[in-house]
Write a protein that binds this ligand. Structure first.
Ligand SMILES: Cc1cc2nc3c(=O)[nH]c(=O)nc-3n(C[C@H](O)[C@H](O)[C@H](O)COP(=O)(O)OP(=O)(O)OC[C@H]3O[C@@H](n4cnc5c(N)ncnc54)[C@H](O)[C@@H]3O)c2cc1C
Length: 381
């Protein structure tokens, strides 16, 4: 479960990508191609792909150890983490031919599967109200609509796309009639697919994507038509646990920085860390992180044992995102004015850490999951 060897190796790799590397990219909103290539070549991004398809065939806890270490080292897994969990949809629900075609290329880095097209501007969190349609015409589907916040779309070869194949008023349940497709983005870019980057608070390479009569071969449908929402849901526990692991890594990075600075910075002839007003927020955030870490580990244990882990995955994601934010806040405060100076990396990590209370699922939706699905309270939506 601890995967200490993997953690040591990832730490060494990350040491080649110090704060200066990320700062430069942040200034120009660049993509960390060298970092992603290094992770791919070392086999980390194919960690969850079975060995028969060229991956390492490791459990989710190993992938979590990789991403946590990326973040505790001051790097950012957001540039490439999606690949780890998106490919699970192909692995679990794809045909033998799709697995053979895509998984080895994803594992080797020949093709990047980094784009996940689910969120739309009008429907937001209410995924089943999405408006993008895919209409079958002979041996292909014709896709029309729009996605928003499709991260890494400009740096991905493949996109996993969720679109409606049967109108909502023709299905018994709103979760039916949605289908999942593998889109070969290079084949349709400029020919049905348009990508527009969105400038955000942090360097996340997120985009709007537009589909205008975009053709997708029928063989790129994953699993059965109309079952796509279920397939996407199947991957969400893995996604939440991996993002939670990243937040734990962020919290550790902030706390390491906070304690180092609080020990070293002298004001009024003593280290600022001697003041309990400085110590306590750091200590409190550390306690929050340790508690969240236990929940992440419990979720991973259950996931790897094949047990239901929706409750733990959701709680782990929420608690870890809140712990990393508490640690981020304490870190800025401990650094005083220097918390705002780019060269300390604190303000960059502070901006990056904030996302995880909103995406990939916002805290309110986690709370409503716990209230309704775990505690049996009435449905609110
Ligand atoms: C940087 C970034 C990267 C992203 N990457 C991707 C990606 O790669 N692929 C992808 O598909 N999506 C991506 N997303 C989208 C992300 O998953 C959504 O932003 C998130 O799910 C929230 O949806 P929304 O922005 O439409 O907010 P809305 O659904 O409009 O919600 C706004 C606020 O209202 C609250 N709210 C809404 N309904 C309820 C309710 N019933 N009860 C209580 N509160 C409610 C929400 O919690 C939220 O705080 C990304 C987002 C960001 C910002």
């Amino acid at each position: 479960m601890d995967h200490s060897e993997i953690r040591d190796e990832v730490k060494k790799l990350c040491a080649r990508f110090p704060g200066e590397y990320w700062r430069k990219l942040d200034a120009v909103r660049g993509y960390p191609t060298e970092f992603v290539t290094a992770l791919t070549e070392a086999g980390y991004l194919g960690a969850l792909i079975p060995e028969e398809f060229g991956g390492a065939g490791l459990p989710l806890s190993a992938a979590a150890a990789i991403l946590e270490t990326v973040h505790s080292s001051g790097c950012n897994g957001a540039a490439c983490h999606a690949q780890m969990y998106i490919m699970g949809t192909i692995l679990r629900h794809g045909s033998a031919a799709q697995k053979q075609l895509y998984l080895p290329r994803i594992a080797s880095g020949a093709a990047r599967l980094q784009a996940f097209g689910v969120t739309e501007p009008t429907s937001g969190t209410d995924t089943t109200s999405l408006r993008t349609t895919a209409r079958r015409e002979g041996d292909h589907y014709v896709v029309n609509g729009q996605k928003i916040w499709t991260s890494r779309a400009e740096h991905s070869d493949l996109m996993l796309l969720l679109a409606r194949t049967t109108p909502r008023d023709q299905v018994a349940r709103k979760t039916e009639g949605l289908s999942t497709f593998i889109v070969d983005m290079n084949a349709v870019l400029g020919n049905g697919l348009t990508i527009r980057p969105i400038r955000t608070m942090m360097n996340h390479n997120s985009c709007e994507v537009f589909f205008d009569n975009m053709k997708v071969p029928a063989e790129n449908l994953v699993g059965a038509e109309g079952r796509g929402f279920r397939y996407i849901l199947d991957g969400m526990n893995a996604e939440r646990l991996l993002i939670a692991a990243e937040s734990i890594g962020d919290a550790k990075w902030f706390t390491t920085r906070s304690t180092a600075y609080a020990n070293e910075r002298r004001v009024f002839n003593r280290p600022i860390g001697q003041n309990q007003g400085v110590q306590f927020p750091i200590a409190r955030a550390y306690a929050q992180m340790r508690a969240a870490e236990l929940m992440v580990r419990e979720g991973l244990r259950k996931f790897d044992a094949g047990e239901a882990c929706g409750e733990e995955a959701n709680m782990a994601k929420m608690l870890a995102a809140e712990a990393s934010w508490a640690a981020a806040e304490a870190c800025v405060q401990t650094h005083g004015g220097f918390g705002f100076a780019e060269e300390y990396d604190v303000e960059r990590k502070f901006r990056e850490a904030r996302l995880y209370q909103v995406a990939p699922i916002s805290t309110n939706l986690v709370l409503s999951y716990i209230a309704e699905h775990v505690l049996g309270l009435p449905r609110s939506y």
